[in-house]
Write a protein that binds this ligand. Structure first.
Ligand SMILES: C[S@@+](CC[C@H](N)C(=O)[O-])C[C@H]1O[C@@H](n2cnc3c(N)ncnc32)[C@H](O)[C@@H]1O
Length: 297
């Protein structure tokens, strides 16, 4: 069993040494590097989608806690580079939660929104990602959502709804009057998934869990990749962690770009990429409904 990917992940045949040599191949360019350095090496307007979840300045194992002003300044530098790299028809999805200081909550999307607006970007959705697991708070309600700010650079942007439709609640409902009477009223491909996404977060029993403490569920990124890019386009995550964004991009025949400061996470990312290519990586299906435990009467 791999030491990088904790459990339920099958063994990969290639050796650790071969992972270490790899920084890029034909479809994936995933490096252990500071994101400003990494992004500065990429060309203007070369990315079709930039999707990421930065640290929240909470003092987690992968970040050093700093003042809120310094944190916002650092985010502004990363966002400026991301905007430079974005194709005119492309999208940026910045996924954040709250900065919490002494029991006081500061929603990071509210703090970061003006930075994107100052670059002339347009907000298309503020997606609520809701999930069932997390800390139980004693002096406020337990946090069970984070947000994804989806911005576009122009009004002419890629948006493909059909690949991300979800099953309708009443697929056999028909028009009961008018010229379409008797015909199905809903789209046979399903309905718009809305801007509230109920997707389990990657906690200890999740099949995607690795050593990384705060992974994206792959299904969350898949929805963004499928809706906001076309095949063979490029997807970047400048805080790529265990590579979930790369997995979602490669799974759907896009090119994956990303970096992380932490070597262990980059090794995990490459290991997952190899497993994906070998058909051995387990991911939770994108639209799988959330499990509701049976309660005893
Ligand atoms: C919230 S985690 C992202 C996890 C990722 N979404 C995943 O699915 O695994 C944030 C990541 O940013 C990385 N990081 C922090 N500062 C960075 C920087 N300046 N450049 C590159 N990566 C950085 C951390 O090591 C951490 O893995």
């Amino acid at each position: 069993m791999s030491t990088l990917i904790q459990r339920k992940q099958p063994k990969r045949s290639s050796s650790k040494a071969s992972i270490e040599r790899l920084q890029r191949d034909a479809r994936a360019n995933i490096a252990c590097e500071d994101n400003l350095n990494y992004m500065r090496g990429l060309s203007n307007e070369s990315m079709n989608l930039i999707v990421t979840s930065p640290p929240y300045n909470l003092g987690k194992e992968y970040e050093r806690r700093t003042s809120q002003e310094k944190y916002i300044e650092n985010q502004a530098s990363a966002i400026a580079e991301a905007v430079r790299l974005l194709d005119p028809k492309g999208s940026i999805c910045w996924q954040v939660g709250n900065f919490v200081d002494n029991g006081k909550v500061y929603p990071l999307d509210i703090l970061l929104y003006p930075i994107f607006k100052n670059h002339g970007l347009q907000l298309r959705n503020r997606i609520i990602w809701t999930f069932g697991h997390g800390l139980h708070c004693k002096n406020r309600f337990s946090g069970r959502h984070e947000t994804i700010l989806w911005f576009t650079k122009t009004d002419d942007y890629t948006f493909n709804l059909d690949p991300v439709r979800i099953p309708s609640k009443y697929p056999y409902k028909k028009h009961f009057k008018g010229p379409k009477k008797g015909e199905f009223s809903g789209n046979p491909l399903g309905k718009n998934p809305s801007d509230v996404w109920d997707i389990p977060n990657v906690k200890s029993n999740h099949i995607e869990k690795t050593q990384h403490p705060c992974q994206f569920p792959v299904g969350l990124v898949e929805r963004l990749v499928l809706a906001l890019t076309e095949k063979n386009q490029s997807v970047l995550d400048p805080y790529i962690g265990a590579g979930s964004t790369a997995i979602a991009a490669l799974k759907h025949d896009r090119h994956a770009y990303g970096c992380d400061l932490n070597k262990t996470y980059i090794d995990i990312a490459w290991e997952r990429i190899h497993q994906l290519r070998a058909g051995e990586l387990r991911t939770r299906p994108m639209n799988k409904p959330v499990h509701t435990p049976k309660t005893k009467a």
